[in-house]
Write a protein that binds this ligand. Structure first.
Ligand code: GDP
Ligand code: MG
Length: 737
């Protein structure tokens, strides 16, 4: 026998742990078709039965409110696993069984793994598995996924169930006197018409019409338009009635009855709780402080700050190593390759571009480790809980917090993992609004640009400016989220109960696994398109080349300088390395030659495609106070924001500028006419809000499931940034700044 078994359950019920215990190393990780939700499957053999086990995404319900729920549901329906093992947290039966009931209603054979019985017992909760099995009519096997205890008994039950060829008899509960008659009437009409009967039980389809499940509504309308329209009218009428009499909706009544059913089941002496004053749960004790009204936010701020401090301190060294590694690689390649096109492509295009993104990997890995720690311990849920009210005002969700922080909410971060962090959000609208606004945060690549501009024009108020920049980013993100939620992503937020799972000691293995999975995603996603983008950018800034005659002119200028200098000095310069003490004359000659080089680099940049774009845009960008040089830098910044500094350096004839040591550039800018604090402020605003870097755009497109949103974020953000910059610049100019 070879059967497919789906592992399902609430998030954090221990599915993945059980999955690992069952399949060991025989795992395959892929994606569910068409979406970014990860699909793990593996093999398990027991007593002559071979099973393919699939770890479904964690869900609380099958209502299709979130991507995970849809994926889980589609898998159950389209792939028709022989059996679902529902992993249930023994300490939270009431909430966990809600999902089990829905599997049973869907008519899929279910076997319950009563997991975490160890943790439940520690809290004084004892569940009578045999009795629970009797009242539900499905096998219930106690397990401790972490130690593997009970997994053989579980598989034995599964084997037995499969051998008995379970029939797909859906399970029915009563939904009360308002709904039941309507439901029964719909069921018999569905049966008569055979509507969607190939895929779903009739009663389930009727329930989904009552719950106004968009997916099923669509399928129903397609299969039988007349009947679907009649049902929608019936549901409308029922909904009006419920609203008038009870001030409620069908979907809420249905949920209430399901919970009521579970509660009545559990009342039958299934759960024994020993609770004494001295047994007050540790989690509750911690929560009485950690989510306390005044202390809670203070603790949260401290935790976030700690996360940052630790992440940045720990990653500083490895980031430096990677940077030097790529610099070394570039210089080695530079020494071996002959001067010319190929060398420039490999060194400036490929190695430099890839290095600038891979250089972030240690930072991101540590950041993810910190997040995994918050998540696995249960504290993340508390943070989301505390901020939920604030975020809801802006059409977001408490769970959006982490995405903003990862993206640079406190300055320093990266929008790529930030966009990916929105996966923890269950509701599609809030998730989309979050992932479109996280790029406004001040990521690690924007910081050097701010540092340059603030240093050059606001050196008296540096700290104040950085605070202002942070506040501005948050205000922008929240207001844009609100704007999107009342326009393009309109619709009510999901009635989502904030869960407060018990605090747990994270396991080392779990932390590493979570960290590695996300870091690998970042490398994969940022890496695949990055190569082509860095090549494209290199080409934009390098082509077409200066005509040979102009190149010659610069070369001649240099030879002329050398020819004019005393021969001794030229020899001294040729023989000396870069670092040695030069005589005053040699130093002067070197400076002059370097100046010609920088001048030729500027001319080449101006001649390139990027340069022409920059010059062409100047009439428009003047409104915001940007000249062509700034424009080129901004075009470059689309590949990666830190490129802005180095490109400005080239454009101002200063040669390569190290973003970390930009003092000469700052000096140059502050001396250049046209540059004044107002122009710098306008540029800061623009950089904060304009198109996310390319890696982020790719991520946005992938995570939202559509290139439409990737394109939207580029166009919308740039338009917004430009309007704001023009506003700042023009208003400021009018007031004489
Ligand atoms: P998933 O979200 O359902 O995949 O849950 P995970 O498998 O990631 O487990 C969530 C947390 O619960 C992890 O920290 C596990 O180590 C822990 N865990 C899983 N099973 C058990 C168990 O049976 N007992 C205890 N005490 N902890 C468990
Ligand atoms: Mg999991």
């Amino acid at each position: 026998m070879n059967a497919t078994i789906a592992l399902a359950g609430n998030p954090n019920s221990g599915k993945t742990t059980l999955f690992n215990a069952l399949t060991g190393a025989r795992q395959h990780v892929g994606n569910y078709p068409g979406v970014t939700v990860e699909k793990r499957s593996g093999q398990h053999t027991f007593d002559g039965c071979r099973f393919t086990i699939v770890d479904l995404p964690g869900t609380y319900s099958l209502a299709a409110y979130s991507l995970e729920e849809l994926v889980a549901r589609d898998f159950l329906i389209n792939e028709g696993p022989s059996l679902v093992i529902d992993v249930v947290d023994a300490a939270n039966l009431e909430r966990n069984l809600y999902l089990a009931i829905q599997f049973m209603e869907l008519g899929i054979p279910v076997c319950i793994a009563l997991n975490m019985v160890d943790a439940a017992e520690k809290r004084g909760i004892r569940v009578d598995a045999a009795k629970l099995s009797a009242v539900l009519g499905v096998p219930v096997v106690p397990t401790v996924a972490r130690s593997g205890q009970g997994k053989d008994a579980l598989m034995k039950s599964a084997c037995e169930m499969l051998r008995q060829q379970p029939t797909r008899a859906p399970f029915a509960i009563s939904y009360g006197s308002d709904i039941d008659p309507v439901l029964e009437n719909m069921v018999s009409r569905i049966r008569d018409a055979g509507m969607l009967s190939a895929a779903y039980p009739a009663r389930w389809v009727a329930l989904k019409f009552l719950e106004r499940d968009e997916q099923i509504l669509k399928q129903g309308r397609h299969a039988n338009p007349a009947l679907a329209a009649a049902f929608e009218k019936d549901v409308e009428r029922l909904s009006d009635h419920l609203q008038k009499t009870l001030n409620t909706y069908p979907e809420l009544v249905i949920a209430d009855y399901r919970y009521g059913f579970i509660r009545s089941l559990l009342k039958q002496d299934i759960v024994a709780i020993e609770k004494g004053p001295e047994r007050l749960f540790l989690s509750d004790k911690i929560d009485s402080i950690a989510t306390q009204r005044f202390l809670g936010p203070i603790i949260m701020a401290a935790v976030i700050y700690g996360l940052y401090a630790v992440t940045f301190t720990l990653s500083e060294a490895p980031v430096g190593w990677l940077e030097s590694f790529f610099a070394w690689l570039g210089s080695v390649a530079g020494n071996f390759l002959p001067e010319g096109f190929l060398k420039s492509l490999i060194v400036s295009g490929i190695i430099h571009g890839v290095g600038s993104v891979l250089g972030f990997v240690p930072l991101i890995a540590f950041m993810f480790l910190g997040i995994a720690l918050l998540e696995d311990s249960g504290y993340l849920a508390r943070m989301a809980f505390m901020l939920d009210r604030v975020f809801r005002v802006f059409g977001l969700h408490g769970g959006s917090l982490m995405a903003f922080i990862v993206s640079g909410g406190i300055a320093g971060g990266c929008a790529v993992p930030g966009v990916m962090a929105t996966r923890t959000l269950k509701s599609p609208r809030e998730r989309l609004a979050t992932l479109l606004t996280v790029p406004f945060m001040n990521c690690g690549a924007k910081l050097p640009v701010y540092a340059l501009l603030v240093g050059a024009f606001f050196s008296q108020q540096e700290a104040l400016m950085m605070v202002l920049i942070t506040v501005l980013a948050w205000a922008g993100a929240l207001l844009v989220a609100k704007f999107l939620r009342v326009t393009m992503i309109k619709g009510p937020g999901m009635p989502f109960v904030m869960e407060l799972p018990p605090y747990r000691m994270p396991t080392f293995r779990g932390l590493l696994l979570h960290t590695w999975e996300r870091t690998a995603q970042y490398i994969k996603k940022a890496g695949t398109l990055l190569l082509s983008i860095s090549i494209l950018l290199w080409a934009l800034m390098g082509f077409p080349r200066l005509p040979a005659s102009e190149q010659d002119a610069f070369a001649q200028k240099k030879s002329a300088l050398r020819a004019a200098a005393p021969a001794a000095i030229v020899t001294e310069l040729e023989e000396a390395g870069d670092e040695t003490n030069l005589s005053a004359g040699a130093r002067e000659l070197k400076e002059r030659v370097d100046a010609v080089d920088a001048e030729s680099a500027e001319a080449a940049l101006q001649y390139s495609i990027a340069g022409r774009i920059g010059i062409a845009l100047e009439p428009v960008s003047r409104l915001a106070g940007f000249d062509w040089r700034t424009n080129i830098a901004l075009v470059g910044g689309f590949a990666a924001k830190e490129v802005v500094v180095s490109t400005l350096g080239t454009a101002y004839s200063l040669g390569e500028i190290d973003p970390e040591e930009s003092a000469p550039l700052a000096e140059k800018l502050s001396e250049t006419p046209g540059w004044r604090p107002l122009a710098a402020l306008s540029l800061i605003v623009f950089i904060m809000f304009y198109a996310p870097c390319f890696a982020s755009v790719v991520c946005i497109a992938r995570e939202s499931g559509s290139w439409k949103w990737g394109a939207f974020s580029m166009a919308f953000n740039t338009a917004l940034a430009f309007s704001l910059s023009v506003l700042v610049y023009q208003t400021g100019s009018a007031f004489g700044f």
